[in-house]
Design a protein around this ligand. Sequence first.
Ligand SMILES: Nc1ncnc2c1ncn2[C@@H]1O[C@H](COP(=O)(O)OP(=O)(O)OP(=O)(O)O)[C@@H](O)[C@H]1O
Ligand SMILES: [Mg+2]
Length: 385
Amino acid sequence: MTDTNTGGDVRLTGISKTYGSFTAVHPLDLTVPQGSFFALLGASGCGKTTTLRMIAGLEEPTTGTVFLGDKDVTDLPPYKRPVNTVFQSYALFPHLDIHENVAFGLRRRGVRSVEKQVGEMLDLVQLGDYARRKPHQLSGGQQQRVAVARALINHPQVLLLDEPLGALDLKLRRQMQLELKRIQTEVGITFIHVTHDQEEAMTMADTVAVMNGGRVEQLGAPAELYENPRTTFVANFLGTSNLIEAAVAEGRGAASDIVVTAGGGTLRLPADRCGAPTTTGGKLLVGVRPEKISLVHADDAGAIAAGRNQVTGRIVDTSFFGVSTQYVIDSPAGSGLQVYEQNIERDSRLAPGAEVVLHWNPAHTFGLDAAQDIQAGVETVEDAT
Ligand SMILES: Nc1ncnc2c1ncn2[C@@H]1O[C@H](COP(=O)(O)OP(=O)(O)OP(=O)(O)O)[C@@H](O)[C@H]1O
Ligand SMILES: [Mg+2]
């Protein structure tokens, strides 16, 4: 069923939504390629649902145009758009069995013989044996799959999913993420998935758009966003980042590395991983992810290989997570630095109060504009699941 032409891209141009004097979505240009799994990620209230509802036709944009392929659908009512939506509350018909819930869209369009299509859909979502049950006889995850089958049977060009897994417990949610990804790969249609769960967005989507305050701050493949955040919000909202306030010692020049000072020490970062200006003496935020850092006791500092970025500090807290241990370290370079160490050979000296050295490959360091709020995106993470 996969179609590789781009005739089915979802294209938003200058789409915005204001309610009175409040702007829920600032003018937005966005292209979702046909057949992709696209995630809109952001904290509560950032405008995700509003954006989705404008694509579905459930909300009238204040400005801008919605294209499906080359067709301007801005003025079309929802039922005339080749788009279906799965909401967080699946809203299955309680009095109809699963078969009839899935058949609903076909029957409404006057399709007589529904058996084959309904059977295929139930197989797709692996509920073939449940056709005659009522919704209340299914688990949350199974009901969710019925909702997906019920939407997909209409063969929409685009499936919109608004926090469809929000009602499920953590384990089931993880399972359903894989399941939805499998279904999307199998049917090959465009999925636009709204979530505030960064892990969910990263595991499922080909492309993630990170929204903040009604704007898309950054858009890209999950690994690209994670490794090269361009703003402090993206750095903090997508996973965890250590952001260190530094002063530029050697800016962009002949050398490929930028050199900065922080907490009395020197750090290097690749010039191409820094999107901010680097005037000598100017400020820069230097970032490194917690899993990129190695931790050694200060007594062993001599064994650290040359050329690594190094920061000294003292452990203030440790948490054991089974596969890893997370350390919080206060350092002259910054307080509350985080380090994740895999539990392979644990050094029992690495306990609260211990003097340590953090070291990492300079290539794993990124640079951000110091004019931003260093805490942006930190407190907005609601559930650190
Ligand atoms: N009908 C409305 N009238 C006034 N303000 C609205 C209306 N609908 C939404 N808003 C506001 O617009 C902003 C964006 O809302 P939206 O529902 O798009 O957020 P969201 O990103 O989906 O959040 P959540 O994760 O909580 O679902 C919010 O501040 C919300 O209060
Ligand atoms: Mg919402």
